[in-house]
Design a protein around this ligand. Sequence first.
Ligand SMILES: [Zn+2]
Length: 184
Amino acid sequence: MVTTHAAMGAALSALLLPVSPRFAAVAALAAFCGGVFPDLDLLVGEHRRTLHYPDYYVLLSLPLAGLAVLRPLTATVATASFVAAAALHSVADAFGGGLAPEPWIRDDHRGVYCRARRRWVRPRHWVRWDGAPEDLALHGVLALVCIVAFDGTVQWLVVLSLPVSAVYTAVRRRLPEWAPWLLE
Ligand SMILES: [Zn+2]
């Protein structure tokens, strides 16, 4: 789920807390946004392809992280965190389910598109589908880390994302029946 990706980026930013609480908060907010960003291709373009770059985001995040270490400013830390979270999201999608409206059937080979190899990476089903119970559980754990580690905007965003995940998980298997237009 997009909420899991958002919380994952923000939770990892807690690793910066011992180094700099201020930059950790900046990184968490940027990572939350970066974790959401790839899934905006649900609205424009082709999902898990147009804004998902498991290869190029990773390559781009390395020099950006280096720059943030050498020049720790709000802008450099935020940019590096945003791209790193988008990279993590794109790679993590390969460990979920396929793109078909009923991913629990496992009849879709599309996990995430890799431009460098010009092909789809197959889904690994570690999280069986978006909105599976383990997806909600993972989001819950990551959200808890964020709620304990941060306050202010990040904490509120994560708290507000919890009911969204719960409702989505509750209705996900009914969506092909109730709202096929939404999945298309
Ligand atoms: Zn995605």
